[in-house]
Ligand binder design. Sequence first.
Ligand SMILES: Nc1ncnc2c1ncn2[C@@H]1O[C@H](COP(=O)(O)OP(=O)(O)O)[C@@H](O)[C@H]1O
Ligand SMILES: [Mg+2]
Length: 502
Amino acid sequence: MLSRVFSAANTGFDGRLVEIECDITGGLPGITIVGLPNKAIDEAKERVRSALRNTRLTLPSKRITLNLAPADLPKDGTAYDVAMAVAILLASEQIDVGNTGESMFVGELALDGSIRPVAGVLGYVETAKTHGFTSVFVPQACAKEARLIDGISIYPVTHIRDVYRHLTGEVPLPASPALGSLPASGVYEMSDFAHVYGQHTAKRALEIAAAGGHNVLLSGPPGSGKTMLAKSMLSILPPPTREETIAITKMHSLRGQHGYDIITERPFRDPHHTTSDIALIGGGQQAKPGEISLAHHGILFLDELPEFNRNVLEVMRQPLEDNSITVSRASHSSVYPADFMLVATRNPCPCGYLDDEQRECSCSLAAIERYRKKISGPLLDRIDMIVPLQRVEHDKLIHHTGSESSQAIAERVAAARARQQERAGYPNASLSNRDIKQFAHLDEDTAAFMEKAMRTLDLSARGYMRVLKTARTIADLEAADRLNTDHISEALQYRETLGQQY
Ligand SMILES: Nc1ncnc2c1ncn2[C@@H]1O[C@H](COP(=O)(O)OP(=O)(O)O)[C@@H](O)[C@H]1O
Ligand SMILES: [Mg+2]
């Protein structure tokens, strides 16, 4: 008899349905898998065979052919094991067809028949829901992430025997309900703004950046607190919404980097400067998401930006513009969202002490030039705010009595974000040029002021739009509907260093 069972493939951020057909015919006993299987899938034969045998289910001594369709879709991993076992049970009439039609099966089989967790379960469940399935059988260990999706029944299972008994009606399993409220976001382990002494301008800039989701570059000598400030950024961002939590968890689940738990905090990714372009943007054999996608809805922190390989930085230009990335491999390409806030740092020169009030810089002009050129103009163009920092004197650090807490800043940031959400549905950093025309309209005087500044600073068209977005956020922080010259001139301040240096 011929049977059909469904599973899915996480081919990118959006998955695709995979149909598993099983045909049992007379002939030499054995299992053959067709439909572009790779090694992990081919080995499923052995796992399925042992799992059924050790569960005292019957593996027919006949010729068993499993076909994974569509054939052009490269299939990988161990997540199809359970679906293949169910297909065999159906084709050999050990279970009834009527019971499986609207279900999807996901999970890896151990030789004793127990079901092991697999990466990307949240993605499989979303695909099942999109295609109108009513239930998904998932490994028990992955049930939590699966339950983030509502409107579909989740059956967490630990053994193929449980699946069999449920499908025969012998021992029905209870479906797990969708998670109503999400677990509260944990306290941020990273530092609090209260621990950073002084640096008022930088803090103000970071508050604006957080409020609008703007990309920032902190520029200052070593020891000025750049790394410290960047690492405090998460503490002033609002917690992710449910939708964002699902996207964040799904992305980490695709990489198997979430410990099968729900991620309730925004990600903070800080790849080292020796990182490769594939690690950063994704790709490789399986076209997996890279750091920029793992930073989706959170922060991508690139400490010491000029130390990164130049071609590594250049590949970021397109995703910084599109908020998504297409990673290609020979047979197919995958699209992953990459809507992150870039927080980067740099020293003003290779030794770090150019313009320092206390120490002499030892770099040659040529060395400084080379160092600066490592961040290309087009990349800098995509950074909304450049924030210069100076070192705080040591005695001030010692006698420092504490400044405003992250919590207080976070409240203002949340209020400004709420305004943007209501107005456009997303933070100002994501405003399109058309949005800017509509939401960041300038009256005559302000427009004249802006025009003059544009000429003085030699702003590019992209730079112009970025200034308007930043200005929009500054206005949102004071709950102002219209942009005025104060908002514009503060926004321009964060591009001034750019004009001087390039
Ligand atoms: N403004 C500041 N307030 C409190 N501590 C500071 C400040 N600036 C620097 N420090 C201290 O100096 C150390 C080095 O700062 P860091 O953030 O690594 O500097 P940078 O990245 O600019 O080289 C920090 O760990 C912190 O202890
Ligand atoms: Mg540092």
